[in-house]
Design a protein around this ligand. Sequence first.
Ligand SMILES: CC(C)(COP(=O)(O)OP(=O)(O)OC[C@H]1O[C@@H](n2cnc3c(N)ncnc32)[C@H](O)[C@@H]1OP(=O)(O)O)[C@@H](O)C(=O)NCCC(=O)NCCS
Length: 192
Amino acid sequence: MAGLPDFPEVRISAGRLDIREFGPADAGLVSEVLQGGDWLPLSTALVGPVGASDTGDPADLDWWLADAVHEPRRDGTGLDLMMLAREDDQIVGWIYLTDVDRYACSAQIGYGVRPHARGRGFATEALVAVSRWALTAGGLQRVWLSVNTDNLASLRVAKKAGVTQEGTLRRASLEEDGLHDVAVLALLDDEI
Ligand SMILES: CC(C)(COP(=O)(O)OP(=O)(O)OC[C@H]1O[C@@H](n2cnc3c(N)ncnc32)[C@H](O)[C@@H]1OP(=O)(O)O)[C@@H](O)C(=O)NCCC(=O)NCCS
């Protein structure tokens, strides 16, 4: 594809977090998350396979770590990363690039933090670090977020990370509890 070259390997050292891609040796780290029942904040790309491995078959998890989780990177459409807290070497959340546009050099960022780890600034720390990486080493010129306007915690994270709200898509997202307005926010490479 024209435009963007393949992403380099992601190994980001943020304040309290190491942010990196999943690998075959991470079964212990991911199992600890699954045993805690904490797969919900995963990105859509991860929910299916990890939900399946929640049935208890370690082969599912090995396959996911060795192969499935890397599909977005292989396709050039995204990257799935873990937030690893250095204090206890446990996964506290996930952050991912998706909808990569290799011509416009843009991508959407999404994130989730495990319930017990929320409110400690991990999402903000990860968003700052990953957006900076994406807009420098990652070769992108725009990263953007779409956040339901009633997701006040996520809007706050975006604001703390310096991401600008560009507009609101009215009734753009259908969820179990009905339609939601969606805020679109972005950060450009000349804004970091
Ligand atoms: C959104 C989410 C990632 C935030 O993670 P986090 O690590 O707790 O975020 P941070 O600690 O960096 O910041 C959270 C901020 O939101 C604020 N906040 C939390 N709940 C809030 C609420 N109901 N109303 C207003 N502000 C709220 C916190 O006070 C904090 O702001 P502060 O530092 O000014 O006090 C986490 O709640 C989550 O995983 N939610 C479910 C998945 C999700 O919504 N992902 C984002 C999709 S766009």
